[in-house]
Design a binder for this molecule. Structure first.
Ligand code: FAD
Length: 286
């Protein structure tokens, strides 16, 4: 099913993300985690894509397994900045062949020293190319705190609007730990006329060391009450796991109570995180 049709259904949606292995050595463990996450029957699952294109076969393979073997709708990510039009066209052909209808069109991070290919500068160009190559349901990324390269939030939202006008039919947000940032973002994009559904991306942080790396990469704002949790429980893995799930579940309950219906969990190939979130929300997600 197309993600846009899933998002039109009554009631909230919960989806989970997996990332493919970097090499064939990691394939079996990713496949096992994927199977366990798929067994939770989320509304859909997404499979990330290596910016350098190195894992494109794995993305297609893992995504095909999710839809064909486990019967869960799937969203395949595709990045373009280090890629060529010919490669993108090949990957889209493979996705079509496997019956995968949903693509998250991304630029990807620009590698240090610049991108090795120059066919694409921005995700909007990829959106247009995907549209030209068949009946795909196309999503895109958005940044409640503004994309780190963007000079202002307003400029970022203007470019987001161009991406939506190019054919992007839904958006998934970068992680955020303070819901007010999302509410403000939603207000601003709606005011600018961006009306497509927005799926809120939630990262349950269950490992104290993970948080410093995540924030360095994305520049995500950490509220004091979240920092206090990491300070208190960061060195105790079992306590941090429980507190991280509880914090994410609390965020989601607040989102649902305030009319945000679609939740995507950055589950990081961890079935226990996906299962923990789902169990914490069994009643509120009905
Ligand atoms: P774009 O939409 O192209 O935006 C990038 C920057 O360019 C922004 O600052 C934007 O404001 C600016 N911009 C856009 N158009 C113009 C214009 N015409 N003129 C000037 N500036 C412009 N990375 C991966 O490698 N693999 C993944 O699977 C992956 N999945 C992701 C999923 C989600 C939900 C999110 C939020 C991010 C994901 N990323 C992934 C990371 C993403 O690739 C990076 O954040 C990347 O830096 C930007 O990608 P984008 O598609 O948002 O780019």
């Amino acid at each position: 099913m197309k993600i846009t049709d899933i998002l039109k259904q009554d009631g909230p949606t919960l989806s989970f993300e997996v990332f493919p292995p970097k090499t064939s050595a990691g394939y079996d463990s990713v496949a096992k985690a994927t199977q366990e996450i798929a067994a939770l029957r989320p509304h859909f699952m997404s499979v990330t894509y290596g910016a350098g294109g190195g894992t494109s076969d794995y993305t297609v393979g893992i995504a095909a397994g999710i839809s064909q073997t486990y019967g869960v709708d799937v969203l395949a990510h595709l990045t373009c900045v280090s890629s060529t039009r010919a490669h993108v066209s090949r990957v889209l052909g493979q996705l079509k062949e496997k019956g995968i209808q949903n693509v998250l069109a991304l630029r990807g991070d620009i590698p240090e020293g610049g991108a090795p290919a120059h066919d694409y500068q921005y995700a909007a160009q990829l959106v247009r190319d995907i549209q030209a190559q068949g009946d795909f349901c196309i999503g895109g990324a958005c940044y409640p705190e503004g994309h780190p390269e963007s000079p202002t939030k307003d400029a970022d939202i203007d470019h987001l609007k161009e991406k939506v006008e190019a054919g992007c039919q839904f958006l998934t947000t970068q992680m955020f730990f303070d819901n007010n940032i999302l509410y403000n973002f939603l207000y601003r994009i709606r005011e600018k006329g961006i009306t497509v559904p927005v799926v809120a991306g939630i990262m349950p942080v269950t490992n104290g060391k993970q948080i410093a790396r995540i924030c360095k990469l994305s520049g995500t704002y950490l509220p004091e009450r979240f920092k206090a949790i990491v300070d208190k429980f960061g060195d105790n893995p079992a306590a941090m796991h429980q507190a991280g799930i509880a914090y994410a579940a609390g965020q989601i309950i607040d989102l649902l109570a305030n009319g945000v219906r679609h939740i995507h969990i950055y589950s990081m190939n961890k079935p226990e995180i996906a299962a923990g979130i789902q169990a914490s929300l069994s009643e509120v997600l009905k």
